[in-house]
Design a protein around this ligand. Structure first.
Ligand SMILES: [Zn+2]
Length: 384
C-alpha cells in the first residue's frame, strides 16, 4: 500500500470515529440526513452500557443533523430540588440519578462545572455537554432568589416552556440560519480532504502539489473556524469555555473542522422535552406513537416510582411527575390527540392473553402477576 493510500485510510478511519456520539441515558437522538425526514433513536443497541449509548451521525455530505432532547433532569418542586425524576423514557432504563434532595432554604450555592451541575458543592446532576448544566444553574439561581409564593407559578411556567412549540420552532430556525456558513465551509473542506487533495497528490506527487495545497488547506481551516466561532457564540452565548476548547479543536484537527456542525446542532434543542421535539420533527404517526408511550410512562410509572425510601423525596418526585403529565396532556390536546384513545383498554393479541401492563402494554397469560420490565408493576385485566 502506498503512502498516499495509507494516509487516506487513516483519515477515513478518524473521520468515521468523529461521526460517533456518546449520549447519556435520558437523552433522545433526533437524526436526519437532509433535514427533511427525521427519525428518533432512544437506544442505539450497539456499544451501550447502563450509563448511555453510542449513536452515529451521517458520514456523507451534507453530513446530516443530530439534535439531542432530554426529559427534565431535575424534579424542581415547591419544597426543593431533586437530582432526578420518575420519568423513564420508553425503551430506556432509568437514567443514573443522584437522588439528592435539597430544600430551597438550604440551597447555598449553585455552579456549573463543565458537564456537572453542583449544588452546595456536590454533584446534583451530570449531562452530556456543558450547555445543560449552565442553563440549569442559571435557572436555579433565579428560583432560589424567589419567595415560596412566587416560586410555584415560576416552576409551572418553566415546565410549560419545555413544551413550547413556538419557542422550539424559533430555536430551530435560528440554528438553521447560524449553521449555514459553517456547513458550507465544512463541506468544502471535506471535498478538499477526501477529493481534491488526494487526487492532486496521486496525479502530481507530494512535492509539486504541496505548495498550492497547503495554503488552500490553511485558508479553509481559518474560514471554517471563524464561521464556527460566530455560530457558537450566537447559539450558546454563555458557553465561552466550551467555545474556546472547540475552537482550538476545529482549528488544529481538520477532521473535527469537517464535523464542526455536529457540535452546534447537538444541544440546540436540549432544553425542550423530547415529545415536543418529536411533534416538531417526526412524521405524525411516529410522534403519536412516541406520545402514547411517554404519556403511559408518566401516568403509570415504573416501580419504584423513585429510587428512594425518603418520603419527602418520593413526594417531590410524584409532584413533579403529576405536573409533567399535565404539561404532556396540554401538548397532546394542542396536537388534537384525543386523550381517550390513549386510555382505551387493549385487546388481547393472543387468545390466551388475559392480563397486560398499563405502562409498557406488554400482554401476559393468567399465570403472570407482575411486569418485570416495569420494575414489577402489577398487571391488570385486558378488555374482554
Ligand atoms: Zn411493563
Amino acid at each position: 500500500m502506498s503512502d498516499q493510500q495509507t494516509l487516506l485510510l487513516v483519515l477515513l478511519a478518524l473521520y468515521l470515529g468523529e461521526c460517533l456520539l456518546w449520549v447519556r441515558r435520558g437523552g433522545v437522538v433526533f437524526r436526519s440526513w437532509l433535514g427533511l425526514r427525521w427519525t428518533l433513536s432512544m437506544h442505539s443497541g450497539v456499544l451501550a452500557n447502563d450509563r448511555g449509548d453510542l449513536h452515529w451521525n451521517w458520514p456523507l455530505p451534507p453530513f446530516g443533523t443530530v439534535h439531542l432532547a432530554r426529559a427534565p433532569a431535575l424534579a424542581l418542586t415547591p419544597t426543593g430540588l431533586l437530582g432526578g425524576t420518575s420519568e423513564v423514557l420508553p425503551g430506556q432504563g432509568r437514567p443514573g440519578v443522584t437522588g439528592r434532595f435539597v430544600p430551597w432554604e438550604t440551597c447555598q450555592s449553585v455552579a456549573a462545572d463543565h458537564k456537572r451541575l453542583l449544588v452546595n458543592g456536590e454533584v446534583l446532576w451530570q449531562g452530556d455537554s456543558p450547555h445543560e448544566p449552565l442553563r440549569l444553574a442559571a435557572r436555579l439561581r433565579t428560583l432560589v432568589a424567589l419567595s415560596p409564593t412566587a416560586r410555584r407559578p415560576q416552576l409551572q411556567a418553566e415546565l410549560q416552556a419545555a413544551f413550547d412549540r413556538s419557542a422550539l420552532a424559533a430555536a430551530r430556525a435560528n440554528f438553521l440560519t447560524q449553521v449555514r456558513p459553517v456547513r458550507r465551509w465544512a463541506l468544502t473542506l471535506f471535498g478538499f480532504l477526501f477529493g481534491l487533495g488526494p487526487a492532486a497528490i496521486w496525479g502530481g506527487g507530494w512535492l509539486p502539489t504541496v505548495w498550492y495545497l497547503l495554503p488552500g488547506f490553511g485558508l479553509l481551516i481559518i474560514l471554517t473556524t471563524r464561521a464556527f466561532l460566530r455560530a457558537h457564540r450566537a447559539l450558546y452565548p454563555a458557553a465561552g469555555d466550551e467555545r474556546f476548547r472547540l475552537g482550538i479543536l476545529v482549528a488544529l484537527a481538520p477532521i473535527s473542522a469537517v464535523r464542526a456542525t455536529d457540535a452546534l446542532a447537538r444541544s440546540v434543542l436540549e432544553r425542550f422535552h423530547p415529545l415536543a421535539v418529536a411533534f416538531a420533527l417526526l412524521p405524525r404517526a411516529a410522534a403519536v406513537d412516541f406520545a402514547r408511550r411517554v404519556w403511559r410512562d408518566l401516568k403509570f410509572p415504573i416501580q419504584p416510582e423513585f429510587p428512594s425510601t425518603e418520603p419527602a423525596v418520593v413526594a417531590a418526585a410524584r409532584w413533579f411527575r403529576e405536573q409533567e403529565l399535565a404539561a404532556v396532556e396540554t401538548l397532546l390536546t394542542a396536537e388534537q390527540i384525543d386523550l381517550a384513545t390513549l386510555t382505551e383498554p387493549a385487546r388481547p393479541t393472543e387468545p390466551e392473553n388475559t392480563l397486560h401492563c398499563e405502562r409498557c402494554e406488554t400482554q401476559f397469560t393468567a399465570a403472570a402477576t407482575r411486569c418485570a420490565e416495569c420494575g414489577g408493576r402489577p398487571l391488570v385485566p385486558l378488555a374482554a
